[in-house]
Design a protein around this ligand. Sequence first.
Ligand code: UTP
Length: 487
Amino acid sequence: MPFRACFLYIRSMSTHAALKEAFEQAGQGHVFRFWDRLIEEEREALCAQAAQIDLSEIDRLVKELVFGDDAHGIDLSDLEPAPFIPLPQNGGNDAEWSKARQLGEEALQAGRVAAFVVAGGQGTRLGFDGPKGTYPVTPVRKHSLFQVFAEKIKAASDRYGKTIPWFIMTSNLNYEPTVRFFEQHAYFGLDEDSVHFFQQGLMPAVDYDGKILLETPGRIAMTPDGHGGALRALVRSGAVAKMEESGIDVLSYFQVDNPLVKCIDPAFIGFHLQANSEMSSKMLPKRHSKEKLGHFCIQRDKTVIVEYSDMPDELAEATDENGTLRYLAGSIAIHTMSRDFIKRMGGNDTATSLPFHRADKKILTVTDEGHPMQPESPNGVKFEMFVFDALPFAKQPVILETAREDDFSPVKNAEGADSPQTCKEDQLREFTRWLKAAGVEIETDGTGLPAVTFEISPLFADSETTFVDAWSKLANPPAISEGLVIE
Ligand code: UTP
């Protein structure tokens, strides 16, 4: 045997022996059951994967979340609706909003803000082949979600005279294609050095007997650890250190599936800073009690989000004397976070570690003979952290109302609610409102949907105010017609 192969062989045998023993003691020895038929590189890779698994953590999670009585148990005691700051048109104070906006703008001009998108999800409901951020989402040009965000971030950087760095979290599965997509599109006009990609952590998936699943005979089925994994990934990847080096202390967090999001919202940033908040959130009044948005609640002086699926009907449907839902505030996964909070939450202190949740999924695995098996129904459990579980740890959390039509229309499902079709229509309605605000007449149906499909580039305008201003400066404004792109 050549020297290197011999060295690898001896090393993998001793690592393997120690790992195998540890896994056997933890009741997970089956992970090595195909060892004899693996080639040396596969053995090395399997040992490397196995060495990263915290067996006592898996044991605890299996007991709690796979077998435990409280597999789906959530503490619902002492819940109260969480207060929020309303929009000016809904009773908020105009002067306070203006002051907050100005404060946010000053922070942007001082270069204190970075954008952050979590893009590590698998997008199974949408069923799109590729990272979700590459999904062609705009009505005419079919620009990708990533391009929409990039152009919004560029527009804000230009407006405030400071480059806004952009952190992008992927999973191990979609890291390469995501980076390649940005390279192929020349970073959509952003400075390459201002875009920072990093990968979130992984957790092994288990079957309903609590056994770690193999994806192939030589590979453990590792799955992304949820958007809550963002906090530790921001620390471990060096993103927080980069923020520190460049004087950034505010992170604007959004999800990859929502092209309407104001990636950079000065008023939101301003309210966050003014309150000395560590983590702030945007809310929408729920359309109805069953709308699939988490509920902002207060529980023993802490702000928490209770998922819609965990909220008992009697609470979700409760109304006040005006017939308004008591638990009105729905979460749309848009947050502002302070750097020091991320550092505290993403470190190794178990007192601040986020809980894991159970997600039942179809997990590619192998048969007893080692043949690939693609299940048709969920065959196991993934462990995921949720970013909103950080809220109870945050000091002075602010909850700010936003206008749905200007901030939220996610692409989650292939069809029906929150689908490419509803998102396209919501983009068209937003563009139409901007045109109307600029005094342009445009025919719409009763929902504000225009008769023609057109598009406004975020580089032309990214809000009603900026649109009205840019439109007024056009020497020859175009007629609004099918396929028009205003850029
Ligand atoms: P979703 O909860 O919609 O999950 O993610 P998903 O994986 O994208 O889609 P489905 O459930 O398989 O259909 C909400 C946001 O959190 C990110 C997603 O990329 C999306 O921006 N996310 C989710 C991560 O970054 N990592 C994860 O492990 C999970």
